[in-house]
Design a protein around this ligand. Sequence first.
Ligand code: ADP
Length: 167
Amino acid sequence: MKRAIYPGSFDPCTLGHLDIIKRAANMVDELVVGVLINKAKTPLFSPEYRVSMLKEVTKDIPNVKVESFEGLLADFARQKDANIIVRGLRIVTDFEFELQVAQTNRMLNSDLETIFLTTSLEYSYLSSTTVRETAAFGGDISKFVPPELVDTINEKVAAKFKEDKNE
Ligand code: ADP
């Protein structure tokens, strides 16, 4: 079975992520979307919530699974019996970082191949940061995220904004 992992923070999941998920799922038997639990970062959404958002938006794609993971991606891939990593490339500056990560992963797990899907043009500007910042200032995020996530993201961002003001 050809199994791939698409790892990321997905804080929150955007239409750019969903586009990569759909295209990657067409290329393999099973795609595991891996939500990274990174203790060094303070994400807006908890790992459980990020997993549930991704499950919601991929529920109609039968060969996609969503799981969270901690630690090295190379170990998670081994654990999942996957030898393909999928990453998306937007702008040229993504490349430098991604190349380094891909080569490191290959050193740690020689069975691993990283494949890069170039962003669809309409999402080339889009990142989770863009979504969080637009929502924080009351902008319309409906062109950035799947429709079923618009309200939940806006509510979470508003609550966080309020929390920060009261600190
Ligand atoms: P990370 O924090 O690991 O960069 P992200 O959640 O920001 O995780 O992104 C996960 C993956 O999705 C990365 O490979 C990133 O390049 C890709 N990605 C993010 N946004 C887009 C987009 N708009 N189009 C294509 N790929 C994207």
